[in-house]
Design a protein around this ligand. Structure first.
Ligand code: ADP
Length: 222
């Protein structure tokens, strides 16, 4: 390494969250088009619980083979049902999955390249462990009626089933209470308007990423 080598700053990090059907994936896709590096905890969780996924042996040992489908992937409906009937099962599931997701997030973040990093975390508010890991929290905000309608169209789930999921998630108010930035994507927001809003947010984050303080190790000694 030459004397003129300038160590690069750690990447600027955004935590992106929102309830089911709020539009997180749409927002994340647009941010990726604009050059952000995406690290998606849902994608990671799916990989860990796919057939042959790293979490499957521990999950089968904990919950039995009934939570795996014929290919050996996690049977999400069976697991959801199990957690619904036995609330303690949720904690057991999380104790297996969360450390594995955390390790995979760290691995991806260490190599992800982009103008900043976006951590897509559906349960960011619920997990409470993200505040210190990101520079800003951005909430995609949506009214519950629109969430229910969107998820119904996307996955064919009945309104009551979506409502059950909503009730297990943080409330709209709890999310907004921790937000540094809010992207409104309610029933009145057209896809074009959403895109404009995301593009404006991107410009703000680029500016913040460029002018933030150097990390402590790069500051002159006091
Ligand atoms: P999430 O990732 O938060 O669950 P998605 O981004 O998958 O939500 O959005 C849920 C569904 O609603 C998707 O089918 C998406 O295309 C649609 N959607 C999201 N925002 C809008 C919008 N502003 N107008 C129309 N459809 C939308």
């Amino acid at each position: 390494m030459s004397d003129t080598h300038v160590p690069s700053l750690p990447p600027y990090r955004i935590g992106l969250t929102g309830g089911i059907g709020s539009g997180k994936s749409r927002v994340a896709d647009r941010l990726a088009e604009l050059g952000a590096a995406l690290i998606d905890t849902d994608v990671i969780a799916h990989q860990l619980t796919a057939a042959g996924g790293d979490a499957m042996p521990a999950l089968r040992a904990e919950f039995g083979d009934a939570i795996a489908d014929a290919q050996g992937a996690l049977d999400r409906a069976a697991m959801r049902d199990r957690v619904f009937r036995d609330p303690a099962a949720r904690g057991r599931l999380e104790r297996i999955l969360h450390p594995m997701i955390g390790a995979a997030v760290d691995r991806e973040a260490a190599t992800a390249r982009g103008c900043y990093q976006v951590f897509v975390v559906p349960l960011l508010v619920e997990s409470g462990r993200w505040r210190d890991r990101v520079d800003r929290i951005c909430v995609v905000d949506c009214d519950p009626a629109t969430q229910i309608a969107r998820v119904g169209i996307r996955s064919g789930l009945a309104p009551e089933a979506v409502e059950r999921i909503l009730q297990a998630q943080a409330t709209r108010e709890a999310r907004l209470a921790v937000a540094d930035d809010v992207i409104v994507n309610d029933g009145l927001t057209s896809p074009e308007r959403l895109r404009e809003h995301v593009d404006a947010m991107h410009a703000t984050w680029l500016a913040l990423a460029a002018r933030r303080d150097p990390s402590p190790s790069h500051r002159p000694a006091p």
